[in-house]
Design a protein around this ligand. Structure first.
Ligand code: HEC
Length: 111
């Protein structure tokens, strides 16, 4: 009985708070590392404030029309023929998805 309630409440949480559930799977410490990586590694091409440089701007308004899936796939695989490197091997899919969501919501801009 208890287990059933627990499972259904988890299920409801996943429906209502998919981002919270996903973010909760990445430990806080790792989230800080990822934020650092975005600022310093991605920032070296995309600009420290992500407004663009050698790489395109990664600000919420520029990413608005692009899906989380498409952007995640670009980050995982890179863009052939451009300086954008593939990050798989360094980052896993869950981390990249989390990162894209931060980029899209602009959490990183003020960091
Ligand atoms: C060595 C330079 C370089 C680094 C480092 C780099 N990028 Fe890029 N990135 C680029 C370039 C150049 C493009 C544009 C590719 C093209 O012309 O399609 C790009 C494109 C992208 C795009 C597609 C943007 C769009 O509007 O379609 C995303 C998303 C992205 N990068 C995210 C990242 C993230 C996240 C990191 C760090 C984990 C990162 N990049 C690190 C150079 C870089």
């Amino acid at each position: 009985m208890f287990a059933k309630t627990l499972i259904s409440s988890l299920f409801i949480q996943m429906l209502v708070f998919p981002c919270a559930v996903l973010a909760a799977e990445i430990p806080n410490e790792r989230q800080q590392e990822l934020l650092h990586l975005v600022k310093h590694d991605c920032g070296s091409c995309h600009g420290m404030t992500l407004k663009g440089g050698l790489g395109t701007p990664l600000t919420p308004d520029k990413l608005q029309g692009k899906s989380v899936e498409a952007l995640s796939s670009i980050i995982m695989n890179g863009v052939k023929g451009t300086p954008m490197p593939p990050w798989k091997g360094i980052l896993d899919k869950q981390e990249v998805t989390w990162m894209v969501k931060q980029l899209k919501t602009g959490t990183l801009e003020s960091n």
